[in-house]
Ligand binder design. Sequence first.
Ligand SMILES: *[C@@H]1O[C@H](CO)[C@@H](O)[C@H](O)[C@H]1NC(C)=O
Ligand SMILES: *[C@@H]1O[C@H](CO)[C@@H](O)[C@H](O)[C@H]1NC(C)=O
Ligand SMILES: *[C@@H]1O[C@H](CO)[C@@H](O)[C@H](O)[C@H]1NC(C)=O
Length: 830
Amino acid sequence: AEFFSYFWKSVCRSPLGMSRGQILDEDISASSQWSDSTAAKYGRLDCEEGDGAWCPEIAGEPENMNEFLQIDLRSLHFITLVGTQGRHAGGIGNEFAQTYKIKYSRDGSRWISWRNRQGKEVIEGNRNAYDIVLKDLEPPIIARFVRFMPVIDHSMNVCMRVELYGCEWLDGLVSYNSPLGQQMTLNGHHIYLNDSVYDGAMGYSMTEGLGQLTDGMCGLDDFTHSHVYNVWPGYDYVGWTNESFLSGYVEIMFEFDRTRNFTTMKVHCNNMFSRRVKTFQKVVCYFRSELDWEATPISFSPVMDDVNPSARFVTVSLYNHMASAIKCQYYFSDIWMMFSEITFQSDTAMYNTTLAPPKTGPPIRDDPTHKVDDSNTRILIGCLVAIIFILVVIIVIILWRQVWQKMLEKVSRRMLDDELTASLSIQSETFTYNNNNSPSSVSSEQESNSTYERIFPLGPDYQEPSRLVRKLPEFSQTSEDTGEFQNVQEGVPHYAEADIVNLQGVTGGNTYAVPALTMDLLSGKDVAVEEFPRKLLTFKEKLGEGQFGEVHLCEAEGMQDFMDEDFSFDVIENQTVLVAVKMLRADANKNARNDFLKEIKIMSRLKGPNIIRLLAVCMSSDPLCMITEYMENGDLNQFLSRHEPEGMIALLSNAPTVSYSNLHHMASQIASGMKYLSSLNFVHRDLATRNCLVGKNYTIKIADFGMSRNLYSGDYYRIQGRAVLPIRWMSWESILLGKFTTSSDVWAFGVTLWEMLTFCKEQPYSQLSDEQVIENTGEFFRDQRRQIYLPQPPMCPDPVYKLMLSCWNRNTKERPSFQEIHQTLLDCKP
Ligand SMILES: *[C@@H]1O[C@H](CO)[C@@H](O)[C@H](O)[C@H]1NC(C)=O
Ligand SMILES: *[C@@H]1O[C@H](CO)[C@@H](O)[C@H](O)[C@H]1NC(C)=O
Ligand SMILES: *[C@@H]1O[C@H](CO)[C@@H](O)[C@H](O)[C@H]1NC(C)=O
């Protein structure tokens, strides 16, 4: 039940319609324009209409910072990301904004300057006229109007194309008014519990703004820590002490965009009772529907929890009251009360009907006649230049790929093997998206010398040109720490180190890795899979694609003839079955073909009830295919995301549910499948819910398509162009030392179990950036109790959480085996 705000941050990143045109021309305006062909409406990211961008008219004055491009989104939106680009115009433009600021407004009259969490207003923008630069907004913005304000430096003309990313703000909350947050003194240290990002007026109290309580970030259990860097202690919470409130309560008033039908309020409270902080003991809420406050409030007293000190959401039912404002009095139950997030759920169906109807009709274009001659020649020259450029770039890329890829692969492998010099690049705030025709796709990759690159969650095309920002201290030193590293190595089984048969990359899929020893045993026998007639496969959907191949979901006719007797696949005679078809592109190189054959050999030997089976192959002609089972309910990640735990939320939202005992049953099956794999010394390397398929009656089979699915690209971290790593599921030794063993699979099992118990509503460590995840890995290595573990999900029983924690034991030998995990799960069956 604790994922609402995490949800916003991870899912709410869709383009709001500058590039695709859902935002209409009339909703884009500007302070000025250089000419009609550089009017505001041309300021759309990735579009080349008009003269290729919005350019303001800069009238003589230097340092004129008041030019802006304004977008009206027509309703309140939660904006998490912005993208900017300059004017390229097929090669003739070279104007861009190196830095800019953002202002926003909810009502169109009060404008607020955006600042990042460290208080900085200026955002680093573009470096050239063609690359798209994306910036995460931390904190995110809740607004209807947004202005991009280039910081103009008179040495250069400025043009911009922009996009906003986010989603509609369904809470409808426009502002909250509250007493100022206070300051706590704890063992001589100050803890600042002010509202760190409030955007309204702050006098004696806070008025007319939104801030910390709506920024989509929940505080940690320990309020003195924060997942934001370089901020004061207490950053995540707004808190008050009962000494300043003789009435015994804190009153917060919430104003909404219109009258709404309210179902619930969720308040994220700290409950560190050892520090005299507790959730509120009672809340009394008043409702204002028209102009008057209703006389009868509702009142609710949550059950006080003196046992579990975790921060939590307290849900208050608002019983379908209609209101445009709500005033709540939260009563102290101890000396301190601290909130990090407050959300309201209201009747959204009604909301949609009151939205402005979509406008139709073609966008009005300015008459461009007076520019025709000029721009035709310019376009012609521009095209020619662009074509030549593209050709040169393509040639360079081809040459570069062949030479460098080989070198880089060697280098990166060496880096992973060589623990002492493993260096970790760290994600920065900037993401550059390279246009196909841009020369920087060459230079930026050449410049990068780091091990990891990040795949941006928006889509597989977004990559960060990696920069070696920082190294973990242990890994930049060479001499002193050697001793410690040797100790580490002794704790790690050796068989998987050097002689691992690496099967990565055929379809982008990370397949089972097998110690060479096992491989030899296997290669003695013949491959016992039959050829399947290709024409009996009917394409349904592409599940994913990789460098050398694709995975398709297909229907297969007559598959029952290809299934063994021991195969419990209840297919009715002559019915089609769903299968996954992994195919190798005809142009794949020899290594990829060999890997593909090895993968078939290995897959054909795996016959466990909880492992996806290889059914048949198509080897007689290209493209080579392997046909594996597919299960009707898709993968476990999507399956659980569609469901809710039994309880309050499910009741309110009518969502389908999965009971805890079925969840437990599924977890046991994964453990059993892994027990089977580990008994054969197979290392999976990518166990996660996205790689488990769900059949009838909650049956589970482990597969391996995850990495090739675009849907999950955000779950992986890219290492030098090819291999991609699921860092949030990986043990510390896999990330830092490149070691994959059954013990690291056990670690991933713990994370998978955690995903299941949160119903896959958030990514593991969703509050941490990739950079912070790797830093946390460093903490696991250092083991000075500063590492962060995934928290106990609300529905997770203590023994199961204990099991998870044991999977994340630093010492690989102390982690349980899959045999033990399976047994433990059976023992604590509900
Ligand atoms: C909150 O307190 C910190 C620490 O004193 C201070 O730096 C910051 O400016 C304050 N923030 C606001 C919005 O008042
Ligand atoms: C509010 O919503 C509930 C549930 O959707 C509905 O039963 C009720 O009639 C609504 N109240 C008003 C005043 O529209
Ligand atoms: C604040 O709360 C504590 C603990 O409940 C209580 O002992 C104390 O009297 C309260 N202080 C005031 C001023 O109400």
